[in-house]
Write a protein that binds this ligand. Structure first.
Ligand code: PLP
Length: 470
């Protein structure tokens, strides 16, 4: 059963009464997280004591609402939608089962994701399988479950052909061809027009064993226009394949829909300062950033894509409707917007005169983008649990946030935070909106620190369920 987007709390607001560790990049925060942080501080303190730092809190029901919002954004253009949650963006099992139980599909990109998705979802849940290489055992399992398989290369289609010829199944393999647009020539993923034509010959010959269902793509970056340009290149190809009896039923544009972590104005001001070298990064200035405060909301992004002109008077939405093509999407990051927060307790604040280092209990593997030579551009919220009143606590010109490990590069954020609030060991920082890639992509148990606990939270009755890491 699908979740209605209107039935969910959609209000987001800035941190208001909560104090951030300020760098003028105040996080946009869902009202339910806001109330939770404002009204449950002693409970949060106890949870951190019980489960250790860092601690991830995850709200799967927000994921279901986001997926419904994405589906509605497509359908509002009169286009048929198939939404697959890209489970690679977060390791949470509860997220996969919630997406499936709410009627959405799951995008899997490995044998292990496939097995987990099968374990956690009802049999009828639509699955989409991507990735540049799949073992034959995965081909076979995917064919038996009627999964839509994205074929990345002519070589991979030949491997599938050889497999289906030697392992006759009841169902044909359902495949889309992953397309590489002409303006993304350097990517190793997907196929050129010539490759697609080579595949057409195989698909025509083996149509009883391999069913062509359409095209797949996933572009790096977050541009709706680039995705529009790619679809424009596919129109002619789709017509050619049609003449061979290979009908495009799906165009799957992958992920890349935007998330607004901070307000666009604040983000643009920050970027101007960044270009002017006014921000003194520890260890060099990052050369790129995720657009933390992009101007486009998800709906506006979808409108920009759907309104892209394929030909005079013909927008993408018109073409999809006219040809009865379903638009499939595989949102990861955007599906996880406002789904999780990560809490870190402060171990120690070390004063170096011109700045202080706040050592957090846990490592940046659980929190940040610094391992991608980028930076986490969202101010954390300060939760005061420390020994206030015991000793006077100084403010400092600036704070840098570091993890507790022995690595110089274990930095939670390379940028400094203003030092005009006092922080003490025992306080905690809440990082907002960490669900999409920020919290567990690189998480490990370095120094034998246990893998951080994750608790699924139900906002309706404020109960928590611990999820076992597998
Ligand atoms: C094939 C595919 N689909 C979907 C996604 C999810 O993208 P995003 O998290 O930007 O929405 C990815 C991410 O790498 C991908 O490779």
């Amino acid at each position: 059963m699908h979740v209605s987007p209107t039935a969910q709390t959609q209000i987001v607001r800035s941190t208001e009464s909560l104090q951030t560790l300020n760098c003028n990049l105040s996080p946009i925060i869902h009202s339910e997280w806001h109330s939770f942080l404002e009204e449950n501080q002693s409970r949060i303190h106890s949870l951190l004591e019980q489960y250790g730092s860092p601690l991830h809190l995850v709200a799967p029901q927000v994921l279901a609402a986001n997926l419904a919002k994405i589906e509605a954004a497509i359908q509002s253009h009169g286009v048929k939608a198939q939404v697959y949650y890209a489970m690679k963006a977060n390791k949470g099992r509860g997220l996969v089962s919630t997406a499936a139980a709410s009627g959405f599909g799951i995008d899997v990109a490995s044998e292990y994701e496939f097995k987990l998705a099968c374990e956690l979802s009802p049999l009828h849940t639509p699955l989409s399988l991507s990735g540049p290489v799949k073992p034959t055992s995965l081909f076979q399992a995917a064919i038996e479950r009627n999964v839509n398989i994205s074929i990345d290369s002519v070589e991979e289609l030949r491997a599938l052909r050889d497999h289906v010829m030697s392992h006759r199944s009841q169902n044909p393999a359902r495949i889309y061809l992953r397309y590489r647009p002409s303006f993304k020539a350097k990517t190793r993923f997907g196929m050129s027009t010539e490759d697609v034509m080579a595949c057409t010959r195989i698909l025509t010959e083996f149509r009883l064993l391999i069913e062509f269902i359409g095209f797949h793509m996933h572009l790096s970056g977050y541009s709706a226009i680039e995705r529009g340009r790619s679809v424009a290149e596919l129109v002619g190809l789709s017509e050619v394949l049609d003449t061979h009896g290979l009908k495009t039923q799906f165009i799957n544009i992958g992920g890349g829909m935007p998330v607004q972590y901070v307000a666009p104005d604040a983000f643009e001001t920050f970027m101007e300062l960044h270009q002017g070298s006014a921000v003194e990064y520890k260890g060099g200035q990052p050369s790129w950033f995720y657009p933390y405060g992009g101007r486009l909301t998800l709906e506006a992004w979808m409108r920009e894509f759907m309104d892209y002109f394929l030909a005079p008077g013909l927008k993408i939405a018109d073409w999809l409707r006219r040809c009865d093509i379903t638009l499939a999407v595989e949102p990861g990051r955007s599906a996880l917007d406002q789904v999780a927060i990560s809490l870190f307790s402060v171990g120690l604040v070390k004063d170096r005169g011109s700045f202080s280092t706040v050592f957090l209990n846990g490592s940046s593997f659980s929190a940040s983008e610094t391992w991608f030579q980028s930076d986490y551009l969202c101010d954390p919220i300060l939760l005061r649990f420390g020994p206030r009143g015991r000793a006077p606590i100084k403010t400092t010109p600036a704070y840098y946030l570091a993890g507790h490990s022995c690595l110089e590069d274990d930095i939670i954020a390379y940028r400094p935070f203003s030092g005009d609030v006092a922080i003490a060991s025992g306080d905690a920082l809440a990082f907002i909106n960490t669900g999409g890639y920020h919290m567990d992509l690189l998480e490990n148990n370095f120094h034998h620190h246990p893998t951080p606990a994750r608790l699924n939270i139900d906002f309706s009755n404020l109960t928590f369920t611990q999820e076992c890491a597998k």
